[in-house]
Design a protein around this ligand. Sequence first.
Ligand SMILES: Nc1ncnc2c1ncn2[C@@H]1O[C@H](COP(=O)(O)OP(=O)(O)O)[C@@H](O)[C@H]1O
Ligand SMILES: [Mg+2]
Length: 133
Amino acid sequence: MSNHTGRIEIDSEDDILKARQTAREVAEEIGLGTTDTTRIVTAVSELARNIYLYAGEGSMEWERIPEQNRNGLTFVFEDEGPGIADPEAALDGEYSTSNGMGRGLSGTQTLMDDMEIETEPGEGTTIRIRKWE
Ligand SMILES: Nc1ncnc2c1ncn2[C@@H]1O[C@H](COP(=O)(O)OP(=O)(O)O)[C@@H](O)[C@H]1O
Ligand SMILES: [Mg+2]
């Protein structure tokens, strides 16, 4: 895989696996080590699963960010589901509408260098995460 960007549609358990595999390949290809690669795979897994569980379907787009002295990776998760009612509480890790631990989003933020959430009730959710080499 030597593309600079790619996209995966997420609407099944199998697509969560595809998203994980793609994230691992891309991270290894830009030269990230085992620890960062595992962080990315964990974060991607969580966000892809949230789309599947809470929105039913959506997508993941990844993009390499080549800079002069370092490489980075961006992943954008987008869905047109119900939106996250209280994103701040969700980032505090105290909020779950399922029987999950409610630690997915807060854990993801800890694992990544940057994370942005845009969400609107009834409109959907876009989450962008980034990791630098
Ligand atoms: N893509 C999404 N669309 C709608 N709601 C979401 C989405 N992702 C997360 N949420 C909401 O935020 C809550 C917290 O998510 P998370 O931190 O992953 O914990 P958990 O999945 O264990 O509940 C979820 O219970 C759900 O209500
Ligand atoms: Mg979750």
